[in-house]
Ligand binder design. Sequence first.
Ligand SMILES: Cc1cc2nc3c(=O)[nH]c(=O)nc-3n(C[C@H](O)[C@H](O)[C@H](O)COP(=O)(O)OP(=O)(O)OC[C@H]3O[C@@H](n4cnc5c(N)ncnc54)[C@H](O)[C@@H]3O)c2cc1C
Ligand code: SF4
Length: 332
Amino acid sequence: MIPFEYAKARSETEALELGAGPRAAFVAGGTTLIDLMKLNVMLPTALVDINDLPLNNIEALPDGGLRVGTMVRNSDLAHHDAVAKHFPLLSQALLSGASPQLRNMATTGGNLMQRTRCYYFRDTAYACNKRQPGSGCAAIDGFNRIHAVLGGSDQCIATHPSDMAVALVALDAVVHIKGTGGERKVAAAEFHLLPGKTPHLETVVQPGELITYVTIPSSPFAGHSAYVKLRDRASYEFALASAGAALELRGNRIHSARLVLGGVATKPWRSSEAEHVLTGATADGKIFHAAAEAAMESATPHRYNAFKIELAKRAIVRALNNATQVKPEGQS
Ligand SMILES: Cc1cc2nc3c(=O)[nH]c(=O)nc-3n(C[C@H](O)[C@H](O)[C@H](O)COP(=O)(O)OP(=O)(O)OC[C@H]3O[C@@H](n4cnc5c(N)ncnc54)[C@H](O)[C@@H]3O)c2cc1C
Ligand code: SF4
């Protein structure tokens, strides 16, 4: 039997010391990690429980932005007054995820670090380069209906599952990471990695590093923002295609835009092509369709998932429409 340890960290320093051990893993809400341990997919030999760390606050920043502790639960973040009023895209993305019970447990840091829902990754009977580097990919020639049409490689085509991460990328959020060597900040857009030849490396977080906070700056486009998620059933299901849109509107003109996709790519997918089409244009259906076409132009379908390309286009158009209709706080 493999020796197994469990310890509760009382401070960030203690968490980092305990987390530096070989095959140690932080456990927050446990809704990803414990599942994957039961499936023999993630096999830490020590669990460092970070639930007692004082990182569970949402603080207002002087510029109107927010600082969100890693232990803030998804439900608390979604229903926070400032999030619901000033960052509707984030609130909507969080509330579209999982179930109320899961959102009560799931944390900000854990959500960013959640693993793919590729069924071959979660089943040790199949080859999976992400789970076991060099073993092959059962999805590329297998049943790949839920897989990525953007950002894949010849090693892995798994989608990134987080809804919240899509919103954070669209809102120019920054992830704060602490290690024994000090602290660093990483833009949410740079936090997740493309699979390339190393699909087992999913984020910039190094072993033993702790996410402490996420900061979300005030921005001219956060007010007019929306998230649309399309999936096989209305709730308790991951995205087949989703879109987060945020628009800085001056009258009917789009001064700047953020368009990020979920469910169709190997990481939260910011589409500079769509943003280019939108910037400077009049906010109308014609331009929204043009943006959707541009976003999906480089998509590569696999045997069972070509439908995702059209689905993503529809999510984009709907999210852009919804974003224009949001009335930011203070505007009549
Ligand atoms: C049935 C089901 C349906 C779901 N549906 C959705 C959905 O529709 N949309 C969606 O977005 N998500 C969905 N999820 C995923 C859910 O959002 C994640 O499981 C959850 O956000 C993970 O957070 P956690 O705190 O429970 O993480 P944990 O399980 O505790 O940890 C996950 C990983 O993050 C690491 N980690 C945690 N905190 C830190 C930290 N501070 N620093 C460094 N590493 C850390 C852990 O070591 C572990 O590797 C679903 C999950 C389930 C079980
Ligand atoms: S798509 Fe990625 S996660 Fe899924 S089987 Fe292939 S390598 Fe594994």
